[in-house]
Design a protein around this ligand. Structure first.
Ligand code: PMP
Length: 432
């Protein structure tokens, strides 16, 4: 009997050790970590250099409250992080996770509107489906009904537009499944809401858990940027999952030269070694807020030196091992091999992704793109079968206009060809 409770009552094996792309439970059973936890452990488990850096930091200090001290670790990590951002995004605010980073972005955007004398701007448009976190503010911009509806009376749900579903050509016969078409929906929505009331637009550059690695159609992000500029709407990029090399570039938006006004990261930033997240903002946005009396927001553990030392060492490993390039190269091979699985297994209706953010989707009919019936709970059954065979993958049933079961295959970025063989064998067996 455990005192813990998370999602349900199901007991999981007890984790003992983890190294590289493998994890072992207390019974000595080995698992291939095909999802990097929850797309977190980008540099793999138990990296010696990160552990050594954390030990060194632990010997010096483990906590300094951010209003009392700066720390070398947080200063250095902020500088290194700013160096990897699009031009102008160089003001960094550390937090302990993705939801906290999203909350911080929403509150910075609002305080910026107040500081520049636009108090009527408060709506942050988001997309369906999307996931931006589990705190009430982040849920307000999350387009995923099963997670938001139960809390409806406790929060204000923000306006939503459909996320591009270009891969489902013909899904909506009236829609032109192009980047332009989906970006036009943003324009129409801003106009319908009243541009003077719209504060921001938040999006995952490549859809994560909510859509199963949906890559935006050509032209979409460029046009979204132009629309935000035209209406003075802040563009917030949620790179919690796509950041830190996951997609084969340091940021998911780098594939399209995306330049958001505010960007949030977490997951791969600490790579599982420490709870760490960051909001990085354009200095032109931050300065007026500081001039107007400061950013009225903060968490006790923000900028924790141990978490920042871990983050810094993680970033050094990403650079030293050139993990963005490895994610790009291995991702191409993995995607092609998943395509091979699709040829062998009729149940797979789509394979997609970028770098090592890849996914496949189950369908009952490829021609019509019809999903499997919900009651089959196919994605969870698949995950359980794979798990029993020593392979960990991550799945969801997408809702909100993109009904279907998808499985994310997102191993650590240190992946090699041998690991891919093992991963594909495991998936093949589980699919059979
Ligand atoms: N944004 C995105 C895109 C995410 O994928 C997640 C986590 N899955 C979050 C925000 C929330 O992060 P956390 O669970 O660390 O609060």
């Amino acid at each position: 009997m455990s005192n813990l409770f998370y999602q349900g009552r199901g007991r999981k094996p007890v984790l003992d050790q983890a190294r590289g792309v493998y994890m072992w439970d207390k019974n000595g059973r080995r698992y291939l970590d095909g999802s990097s936890g929850a797309m977190v452990c980008n540099i793999g488990h138990s990296n010696e250099n990160v552990l050594a850096a954390m030990r060194r930091q632990m010997e010096k200090s483990t906590f300094g409250y951010r209003l009392h001290f700066e720390t070398e670790a947080s200063e250095t990590l902020a500088r290194r992080l700013a160096g990897k951002m699009p031009e102008g995004l160089d003001r960094v605010f550390f937090v302990s996770g993705g939801s906290e980073a999203v909350e911080s972005a929403l509150k910075l955007a609002r305080q910026h509107a107040l500081a520049r004398g636009a108090p009527r701007r408060w709506k942050v448009i988001s997309r369906r489906p999307s996931y931006h976190g589990c705190t009430l503010g982040a849920l307000a911009v999350t387009g995923y009904a099963p997670l938001t509806e139960p809390f409806a009376p406790m929060m204000q749900q923000m306006p939503m537009i459909p996320a591009p579903r270009a891969y489902l050509e013909g899904f909506d016969p009236t829609a032109r499944e192009t980047g332009q078409h989906y970006a036009d929906m943003l324009e129409a929505r801003i106009e319908a809401e009243g541009p003077e009331s719209v504060l921001g637009f938040i999006l995952e550059p490549i859809g994560g858990a909510s859509t199963g690695a949906l890559v935006p159609p050509p032209g979409y992000l460029e046009r979204v940027r132009a629309i935000c500029d035209r209406f003075g709407v802040l563009l917030i990029a949620d790179e919690v999952m796509t950041g830190a090399g996951r997609t084969g570039a340091f940021l998911g938006g780098d594939h399209w030269g995306l330049r958001p006004d505010i960007l949030v990261m977490s997951k791969g930033l600490g790579s599982g070694y420490a709870p760490l997240g960051a909001m990085v903002a354009d200095r032109r946005l931050v300065e007026p807020v500081l001039d107007a009396g400061g950013f009225a927001h903060g968490f006790t553990y923000a900028g924790n030196p141990l978490a920042c030392a871990a983050g810094l060492a993680v970033m050094e490993e990403i650079d030293r091992q050139d993990l963005c390039a490895n994610a790009a190269a291995m991702g191409e091979i993995l995607l092609a091999r998943l395509g091979g699985l699709m040829q062998r297994h009729e149940i797979i209706g789509d394979v997609r992704g970028k770098g090592l953010l890849t996914a496949f989707e189950f369908m009952s009919d490829r021609a019509t793109k019809a999903p499997l019936p919900k009651h089959l709970n196919a994605h969870q059954r698949f995950v359980d079968i794979a798990y029993d065979r020593g392979l960990i993958v991550y799945s969801r049933r997408t809702r909100d206009g993109l009904e279907g079961d998808h499985v994310l295959v997102c191993p650590p970025l240190i992946l090699n060809g041998g690991h891919i063989d093992e991963l594909i064998d495991g998936l093949d067996g589980a699919l059979a």
